[in-house]
Design a binder for this molecule. Structure first.
Ligand SMILES: Nc1ncnc2c1ncn2[C@@H]1O[C@H](COP(=O)(O)OP(=O)(O)O)[C@@H](O)[C@H]1O
Ligand SMILES: [Mg+2]
Length: 446
């Protein structure tokens, strides 16, 4: 029993469409009803909304392509000014009507010009007897353009007296987009999030030809069991599925299990997926790094990266902690070399290195006075953040968190001294989050 029925299109086209948009049958049926037959006038404008990865872009493009409807498709983030956007719509319209590869670009400054040029562009026999669809993806960007652009698009068919339907795709609801001056209301259509069953069905479709559908579906089932509680984004899940599939197949390829040995395969893959969740999904390492690690026979290397993922510090405090670490592990006399702006090139003297074999990291953190901490801080951040927050209260917070220790504050003459308590691994993961290459500033690693 075919899901879509429509007199205007051949049955095999509708069947093909059905195969391409799993789990979006009801939305596509609604759209088919709204579109009607090719030559029918449709709604002036539609507003399709739903969370990211709910298939708005994909379904719309597939629908228009498979039914071979005349349409233009523009991403408003890509064409982010009204001029760029309007000219791009006109360019695509010209391609529709003239079938030329590269028509002469139209220049278009205002929405009035656009309406006039649009009407001209529609005046070809091939476009006259059918509805033309203008899709504006990421429509929330229209709010950043001139105030008349959005209302103009919403009543484009009236302004140009042409058979045209404008379709807005957006991640946000219409109430947040509606201009407060009022406008013609588009017809809303909601794309709900995919359920776990939907995701299972869509992802299982991607099975590689050399493996059976059931084998791949079982794998997706395990994958969703691990990742669905933290991630419902179809694009992410698809990426993770591709990334980890070879590991899943390993026992089958090595002959240790058959394709039907679900339990054994599950045992093999589950710890692996959990590890992937700790690192790849959090973007602590890229997927290519992850693959590299898998090839190297994953040792404990990943631990250092994710062990500190739970510590969240304010941006500025991270730099404070980095400065404290540098102050604790670099000898004070080397500060000039690391932190002076125009120091020229100073090289570490060879003979100096000889009698300085002992690593500062082996000796442990040294105490430092507050003014040295502040001096280092300002030299590493001056062009990055303005010191707006109250710096002393942030230092106190770091002490409370036991990332710093206050030593000997009873000495009124010298003021408080501090010591940094965190490990190298820790400070490296903190530095990575603020794009600071701490190794370059550590004397021990010179
Ligand atoms: N029903 C579906 N069947 C197959 N793939 C889908 C489906 N819905 C979404 N996708 C895929 O998921 C990804 C995200 O979809 P997309 O249309 O970009 O979402 P949105 O535009 O709502 O943010 C795309 O790569 C798309 O191919
Ligand atoms: Mg989209």
């Amino acid at each position: 029993m075919p899901a879509f029925k429509h007199l205007g299109y051949p049955e095999e086209v509708l069947l093909r469409l059905e195969g391409l948009v799993p789990c979006r049958e009801s939305q596509v049926s609604t759209l088919l009803l709204i579109f009607g037959e090719r030559q029918h006038f449709s709604f002036p404008s539609l507003f399709i909304y739903g969370h990211t990865s709910s298939g708005k872009t994909y379904v719309m493009q597939t629908l228009l392509k498979i039914l071979e409807l005349p349409y233009t498709f523009v991403n408003c983030n890509e064409y982010f000014t009204s001029r760029l956007l309007l000219e791009e719509v006109l360019r695509q319209l010209q391609c529709l009507s003239s079938r030329e590869e590269d028509p002469a670009p139209a220049s278009c400054d205002t929405f009035n010009d656009f309406a006039r040029l649009f009407k001209q562009g529609m005046m070809t026999p091939s476009l006259q007897d059918q509805t033309v669809y203008i899709v504006l993806d990421k429509a929330e960007q229209l709010r950043e353009m001139e105030a008349n652009i959005l209302p103009g698009f919403l009543r484009l068919n009236e302004l140009t007296d042409q058979n045209v339907t404008v379709i807005l795709l957006s991640d946000i609801v219409w109430e947040l987009l509606r201009p407060n001056t009022g406008c013609l209301e588009p017809m809303p259509l909601y794309f709900p999030d995919y359920s776990i069953g939907h995701l299972q069905k869509i992802l299982s479709h991607d099975h590689p030809p050399e493996y059976s559908y059931d084998f791949y579906a079982a794998y997706i089932n395990i994958l969703l069991g691990v990742f669905y509680p933290v991630c419902r984004d179809l694009k992410e899940l698809r990426h993770l599925a591709v990334l980890n599939f070879s590991k899943y197949c390993e026992p089958v390829i090595q002959g240790k299990a058959t394709e039907r040995d679900t339990r054994r395969l599950w045992k093999n893959i589950e710890p692996h997926l959990k590890k992937a969740m700790q690192t790849v999904y959090l973007r602590e390492i890229s997927s290519s790094q992850w693959e590299q690690l898998q090839e190297d026979g994953d040792s404990g290397q990943l631990k250092g990266l994710s062990a500190h993922a739970h510590v969240e510090l304010p941006y500025y405090s991270k730099f404070l902690l980095i400065a404290a670490y540098l102050a604790s592990y670099n000898p004070a006399r080397t500060d000039k070399r690391f932190f002076l702006k125009h120091r020229g090139t100073i090289k570490k003297k060879k003979n100096q290195k000889k009698h300085e074999k002992t690593s500062n990291h082996l000796l442990g953190p040294k105490t430092f006075p507050l003014d040295r901490l502040l001096a280092i801080l300002h030299s590493i951040i001056d062009y990055r953040v303005a010191p707006t927050a109250n710096i002393f209260s942030q230092i106190t917070s770091l002490v409370t968190l036991q990332l710093l220790t206050l030593v000997g504050h009873d000495d009124l003459l010298t003021g408080p001294r501090y010591k940094c308590n965190v490990s190298l691994d820790f400070i490296r993961s903190i530095s990575r989050t603020v794009n600071f290459d701490i190794i370059k500033y550590l004397y021990d690693f010179l």
